[in-house]
Design a binder for this molecule. Structure first.
Ligand code: C2O
Ligand code: CU
Length: 526
């Protein structure tokens, strides 16, 4: 696997709110790479956002690029990861944003901190595996293990000796910085005998939520307070895949990865570590939904919400897995792909940002549909055949500066395999104002929107056979990617791009590009 500074996960970046960080990336690997600062809004600075062929071309082997990462509004836990092919499997790490000098947390200062990164582990080069699987017509590769801070833990025979351990002192209160860097699964996470309090999500504080487990989607991050108040001993921190599709297995209670929370001090400990019996089983969507629906933003004087109320752009976007008409040269096969409003994204050869900024035509079109072509019962098991076939394209959506946007995402049920889609927007956080099962109803569903204290996040799990409504103000000019954070879906086209136009003054316009951007293959154009 490609890794950063020889470690999996890679180094933690610790900053204070308001800092700007320069990261020099030297590519010593075998293929091109880019890095994305997930959840960092990068005001007016899409040049350092990272997704390949969207805001830059890859940093080729042997070359380097310096990212300028601007921390403006975020506080809490975020993360960074590669945004090229499936390279993020090994190329990722946590980001911790502390309060500005002279300001404090909205809760009592913790005594200690622990970074916990959930990840996927592959025995072989994941990009090669993907290529081979695609050319042989099989599904994308399954990871060989799940890991917590790089280790599968005690339930995986080969790795017992290396199980990750975290020492805690009795009576102290800790903040866990939790990241789901897993490639293709939502995860449950719990700690034996310890309840905890979730106080932050996606780089913003939330109303404290006391719970015995969390459900965390790929891309999401959480800040969790836990007090070491149990008897001296060892306790498992455990994670288990949450399958929104009923999995084809019988061992619903299989444990995917564990680490050990261990009390310091002089005691004899003969028993096995306590396992969290509160960790939900694979297919426990009731627990998953219960948890997600209880997240609320702080919404107080110090942390106000600013939910757009005069929507000027409304979009209805269906996310589906289905067939696509490949337009690639002589390849006329109908294959499996994923899409948004039946458009399956194709990367251009020069990044969208450069093409837009330099006014180069022929790299993308601005006709991403605001609505699907046809309506039917999106959640029925028998979606009409002709609707299953998506088209390929590089279609973007243009937004005027400061437009107030509402998007309703609808999960469709093509091929009987509807599943959750963790939808992620670059350059922004957005308010999740509503969600539900079944088809969105334009008449009645908006009545139940939460405009008072909706969570403000950068990634939201669109429930299988259901809908999610989000709102944001387009106040960050640039070229920003929207995509499902399951790599299986993202790399198959469940993606689109928003271009937010300049606002007319220098302070509301995209910044000048840095003097050096990695060249694209057709670099004569730059
Ligand atoms: Cu966490 Cu587009 O990414
Ligand atoms: Cu998806």
């Amino acid at each position: 696997m490609m890794t950063v500074n020889d470690s999996l996960p890679g180094p933690v970046i610790r900053v204070q709110k308001g800092d700007t960080v320069y990261v020099n990336v030297h590519n010593h690997g075998g293929y091109g790479v880019t890095i994305h600062w997930h959840g960092v809004k990068q005001p007016r600075n899409p040049w350092s956002d990272g997704p390949e062929y969207v805001t830059q071309c890859p940093i080729e082997p042997g070359s380097n690029f310096t990212y300028e990462v601007i921390f403006s509004k975020e506080e809490g836990t975020l993360w960074w990861h590669a945004h090229s092919d499936w390279t993020r499997a090994g190329v990722h790490g946590a980001i911790v944003v502390y309060p500005k000098e002279g300001t404090t947390y909205p809760f009592e200062e913790p005594d200690g901190e622990e970074v916990v990164v959930l990840g996927s582990w592959y025995k072989a080069d994941v990009n090669k595996e993907v290529e081979e699987d695609l050319s042989s017509g099989s599904d994308t590769p399954r990871s060989d293990a799940y890991v917590i801070n790089g280790q599968p833990g005690d339930f995986c025979d080969c790795s017992k000796d290396f199980t990750y351990r975290w020492s805690v002192d009795y009576g102290k209160r800790y903040i866990i910085r939790l990241v789901n860097a897993v490639m293709n699964a939502e995860m449950f996470f719990a700690i034996g005998q310890h309840n905890f309090t979730v106080v932050g999500m996606d780089g913003a504080y939330i109303k404290p939520l006391v719970t015995s487990f969390v459900m965390i989607a790929p891309g999401q991050t959480m800040d969790i307070l836990v007090t070491a108040n149990q008897s001296l001993g060892q306790y498992y921190m455990a994670t288990r895949q949450y399958d929104s599709v009923k999995p084809d297995v019988t061992d619903y209670d299989k444990v995917n990865a564990t680490a050990i929370l261990q009390y310091t001090g002089n005691y004899t400990d003969t028993s096995a570590p306590f396992f969290p019996d509160t960790l939900p089983i694979y297919y426990d969507y009731i627990s998953a939904i219960y948890f997600m629906s209880h997240i609320r933003s702080l919404a107080n004087e110090e942390y106000p919400v600013d939910v757009p109320r005069n929507i000027t752009t409304f979009m209805y976007i269906t996310a589906s897995m289905g067939e696509v008409d490949f337009v690639n040269g002589s390849d006329t096969r109908i294959g499996l792909a994923s899409s948004l409003n039946n458009v399956s994204w194709v990367n251009p050869s020069t990044d969208v940002l450069m093409a837009y900024y330099r006014n180069l035509s022929g790299y993308f079109t601005t006709d991403f549909p605001d609505w699907p072509e046809k309506f039917f019962n999106f959640t029925a098991d028998d979606v009409p055949d002709e609707y299953e076939v998506a088209i390929q394209g590089t279609k973007v959506k243009m937004l005027n500066y400061n437009e107030e946007v509402e998007i309703v995402f609808q999960g469709t049920n093509v091929m009987d395999a509807s599943e959750d889609h963790p939808m992620h927007l670059h350059g922004y956080a957005f308010y999740v104002v509503g969600a539900g099962y079944g088809n969105f109803d334009n008449e009645t569903d908006p009545e139940s929107y939460n405009l008072v204290d909706p969570p403000e996040v950068n990634t939201v799990s669109l429930p299988k056979k259901g809908w999610t409504a989000i709102r944001f103000r387009a106040s960050n000019p640039g070229v920003w990617l929207w995509h499902c954070h399951l790599d299986r879906h993202y790399s198959w086209g469940m993606t689109t791009v928003f271009i937010v136009k300049n606002g007319g003054t220098p302070e509301t316009s995209i910044r000048e590009p840095p003097p050096y951007m990695p060249p694209c293959k057709d670099s004569s154009l730059q």
